[in-house]
Design a protein around this ligand. Structure first.
Ligand SMILES: *Cc1c(COP(=O)(O)O)cnc(C)c1O
Ligand SMILES: [Zn+2]
Length: 412
């Protein structure tokens, strides 16, 4: 049973049937999934959701598949961590980390979009899947396609972090590095999808893919006791995640599951690739594409497909967008690790560094209930870090004492 009414253009509203389409023929706007919310409201309750297994499929009525899910059956329900030591360090009252650095199976929030997109690809009877990726999507499509027994074609810029390449190849996918940046890769995927019957999750299946991101927002609201936070800080690459968390809170509001959502949305980018934050700061919704140059490679999309909608969400909700230097990103990766024991990748460093900047600007208030979206794992971007060289010692107590001194904390 599905509650999907069809696809609909996000610009002109033209309706389309449920097919692997992503672009409006009338106005070239992007398509999105449209649901029968009245019917969902008749059937679904918060208690019903709470009684279901702890995976993203507990929100199945709000996801665009017709039958039972077939991919990503264990994905979702990552921790929402109350970050007490980080609160002290930043001087704020109430701060949470939504921690998708520990997402199953590939340690980033992209497992959510892929669970939905590949379930849909199987309903559409595609026999090959693929993606254009800045790294994390590559990992997740490769892993989930392997587990589903579907061949995968993964196109990536040829300068990605080694762990992201290995974490794709290991699953037996066809990995194709392209001499160019993400925007070049994405254009090539559109051409391939125009000629062959491939399900490119973020190209021809993009309307379905985006819906998976909503579960990041549903979970936050449920974990806060069915309330939306005052403010949320979200990293932006193509700008999809931030708009889908916004859609999630609006839907929960419409279903009567949360009190009217007043959340301010804040978008985070690296200064070396900041087309969306630059637009917000310039007071426009028109995105001026850039050539990326930053260690935050998972966010390095110079021409963001959802940039227009991301700026809309940010300004409509009274939020803002900022960008930070590579140095600030690295400092924040260390700070999150050393205050909360959470090791995030460069995208997470970007998000925390922007959070601090927004606090310093007074845009985030110290008594706001704030959620910081941590979307990926630090083990994947190790080459960005430069930690102190370690000194080896001989296996003798005296050598240990020479190095450390007498450890005050632990005298027997
Ligand atoms: C892809 C990605 C994002 C942003 O995703 P968009 O929906 O394209 O804005 C954020 N963080 C990480 C770690 C990602 O891989
Ligand atoms: Zn249209």
């Amino acid at each position: 049973m599905s509650y999907v009414k069809g696809l609909k253009c996000r610009i002109c509203g033209t309706p389309y049937p449920v097919e692997p389409l992503s672009i409006c023929e009338e106005c070239f706007g992007p398509l999105e999934v449209d649901y029968d919310y009245d019917a969902i409201k008749q059937k679904l309750t918060r208690e019903e959701i709470a009684s279901r297994p702890k995976t993203l499929w507990r929100y199945q009525e709000l996801l665009p598949i017709d039958g039972e899910p077939r991919v990503g059956l264990q994905t979702g329900c990552t921790p929402l961590v109350r970050a007490g030591r980080l609160e002290k360090a930043l001087g704020v009252r109430e701060l949470y980390i939504k921690n998708d650095a520990v997402s199953h199976p590939t340690l980033s929030f992209k497992d959510r979009v892929v669970a939905v997109a590949l379930s849909k690809a199987r309903e559409f009877n595609f026999d090959a899947v693929g993606c254009a990726s800045t790294g994390n999507l590559a990992n997740s499509v490769a892993a989930n396609a392997a587990a589903a027994g579907i061949p995968a074609y993964i196109l990536i810029p040829d300068n990605l972090e080694k762990s992201k390449v290995i974490g794709t190849q290991i699953f037996g996918a066809n990995v194709i590095p392209v001499r160019g940046n993400y925007d070049d890769v994405n254009r090539l995927c559109s051409e391939i999808a125009g000629r062959y019957r491939f399900a490119f999750v973020n190209v021809n299946l993009r309307p379905f893919y985006g819906e998976g991101s909503k579960t990041f927002g549903y979970e936050i609201a449920e974990q806060l006791g069915w309330e939306a936070p005052d403010a949320i800080v979200v990293p932006m690459a193509g700008g999809s995640l931030i708009t889908k968390i916004h859609k999630a809170f609006k839907e929960l509001d419409q279903l009567g599951f949360i009190p009217s959502a007043q959340t301010r949305f804040y978008g985070a980018q690296a200064t070396g690739c900041n087309p969306i934050s630059a637009a917000v700061k310039a007071g426009t919704r028109e995105i001026c594409p850039v050539k990326p140059s930053t260690i935050a490679k998972s966010l390095a999309i110079g021409n963001p497909a959802d940039g227009y909608f991301a700026t809309g969400v940010i300004t409509e909700t009274g939020g803002w967008s900022e960008d930070v230097s590579d140095e600030e990103i690295l400092e924040s990766i260390e700070q999150l690790a050393q205050t909360e024991g959470i090791f995030t990748e460069t995208a997470g460093g970007t998000t925390l560094a922007v959070t601090k900047k927004l606090l310093a600007q007074g845009r985030l208030k110290t008594d706001d209930r704030i959620v910081v979206a941590i979307t990926g794992n630090g083990l994947k971007t190790q080459e960005a870090l430069s930690l102190a060289d370690l000194k080896s010692i001989d296996p003798r107590l005296s050598a240990f004492e020479e190095l450390i001194g007498t450890p005050q904390a632990a005298v027997a």
